[in-house]
Design a protein around this ligand. Sequence first.
Ligand SMILES: C[S@@+](CC[C@H](N)C(=O)[O-])C[C@H]1O[C@@H](n2cnc3c(N)ncnc32)[C@H](O)[C@@H]1O
Length: 267
Amino acid sequence: VPRLVEISDPADSRLADYVGLREASLRRLLETERGIFIAEGAKVIRRALAAGYPPRSLLLARRWLAELDEVLARYPDVPVYVVEESLAEQVTGFHVHRGALASLHRVERHTVADVLNGRRVVVLEDLVDHTNVGAVIRNAAGLGWDGLLVSAHCADPLYRRSIKVSMGAVFSLPWARLPGGEPGGLLRAAGFTVAALALRPDAVTLAGFAASLEPGQKVALLLGTEGAGLSPAWLAAADVVVQIPMHAGIDSLNVAAASASACYAVG
Ligand SMILES: C[S@@+](CC[C@H](N)C(=O)[O-])C[C@H]1O[C@@H](n2cnc3c(N)ncnc32)[C@H](O)[C@@H]1O
């Protein structure tokens, strides 16, 4: 039997995991401090649980209880906070139209070494936009890549917006966070050809790079931050710089669009 707890005071400290879900800097602090992340909507909650993230609590409007019945029954010790929709809105700062939220413990599902066992890996340096992180994850998973590594300061793949934009692929694609510094040595030691995606005079075209690959060759694609692109240190760490030729005076693609083009072309 699920542990239902009715709450009618928005200041109730048991709801503290769910405050200010739209405030990125507050959430970054709070989620890091508490070692949690938030999943939104019954489908995403189910996928997070199936991926092995242990739940800490749920926050539901009453009409969503039935929808999650069988899930709740599996976690009789996890409190389920039942609230009015207006109270949920007050606490979270937005209308929770998917009706259900869960706070889950951040556990490391994969290590960097696990991800390096793959053959095709995307590596992100310091992206700041959670929408881009989520879209890259969706692209990498959807185009059959094996894993993702994010730099020490890259935006959080488990932030609510990243999860949503990834369409839950963050729960299936193996990913891990790198220690600081450029990853060239680590990737090469694991047998990868390290390809930096950047617009540079010395770059080869994406089509040329894809055509040059031998069967079975392991490829790691480095993609850079939205404004400045890859740092000099990461660029210098690559075996090859690869560009997608641009036209019509447009200087670059959005990083997620670049990831989709490159993941597809490299195959
Ligand atoms: C918006 S771009 C940054 C552009 C930045 N001004 C630069 O010169 O790299 C973000 C990332 O997307 C990738 N990217 C975007 N367009 C690209 C292209 N045409 N060729 C190769 N990589 C590209 C690169 O990895 C880049 O670091």
